[in-house]
Structure formats: structure tokens, C-alpha cells
Design a protein around this ligand. Structure first.
Ligand SMILES: [Zn+2]
Length: 131
């Protein structure tokens, strides 16, 4: 399952970040899913919830998703916008059928992470005070 392995990768990344910053918990993770990533967001959230519970570091992590819509462009006239069925839609600009191509990215990017630990600031300082 594609989404589950993506979720596993994300949790792994979060755990690594938490270790690097000596954080005890990951409070929030903001992830951007590119319009062409082909990720089923619901499945991804479900997978993330399943995987995150395996570690106390990520158990309470709030997942925030940023999913920009796919935008299509017509190479003939330069029209750009959102279309529902890109494969056979008529270009609203010039009327040529099936000539709109997707513009966007297929990346799944971890944009922002909120960590919480003994050192409240976690601003890159290495100090960790009493436990
Ligand atoms: Zn066109």
C-alpha cells in the first residue's frame, strides 16, 4: 500500500528530527502533498495514525496537510487552470480537446515540524536540562 509506506517514511523522518533536536515529542507536522503525487489523502492519514502510535514521540502528533489542487496548462494557447477531467476536456482557451497538461509537482514534503522537549525553545541549541 503506497500511502502506508509514505506514512512510515514520514514517521521515520519525524523520529529522526526529534532525536537530532533532543525533543521528547513531535507536536505537529505540516506536510505538503503535491497535486500529482497520486496520494489518497484519507489513506495517508489513516496510515499515519496507525504508524505514529508505535512511538511515544509521535503518538500525539497532529498531522496538518497542505494539498494544493492540480492545475493544467494548454501548450497551444497558454490557458491555465483547474479542470475536472483533464484527459478529454476541451481547452477553455482554444477549444482543442485533450491538450491540457498537468502543471505541478508530485512531491510529498515535510514542510514544518513542531517539537517539544525539555528545552522548550529547541532553537538548535544542544543543551538539555535535568530529567
Ligand atoms: Zn488551449
Amino acid at each position: 500500500m503506497h500511502e502506508l509506506s509514505l506514512a512510515q517514511g514520514l514517521v521515520k523522518q519525524l523520529l529522526q528530527l526529534a532525536t537530532e533536536h533532543h525533543a521528547d515529542r513531535v507536536v505537529k507536522a505540516t506536510v505538503r502533498i503535491g497535486p500529482l503525487a497520486g496520494v489518497v489523502v484519507d489513506s495517508f492519514c489513516f496510515g499515519f495514525d496507525a504508524v505514529k502510535s508505535m512511538s511515544s514521540v509521535t503518538r500525539e502528533t497532529i498531522l496538518e496537510l497542505d494539498c494544493p489542487p492540480a492545475v493544467y496548462r494548454c501548450p497551444a494557447c497558454g490557458w491555465e487552470g483547474e479542470v475536472c477531467r483533464p484527459a478529454n476536456v476541451l481547452c477553455p482557451g482554444c477549444g482543442i480537446q485533450g491538450r491540457t497538461f498537468p502543471v505541478g509537482d508530485d512531491d510529498l514534503i515535510l514542510q514544518q515540524v513542531e517539537l517539544e522537549g525539555d528545552d522548550e525553545t529547541l532553537s538548535g541549541s544542544e543543551q538539555k536540562e535535568g530529567k
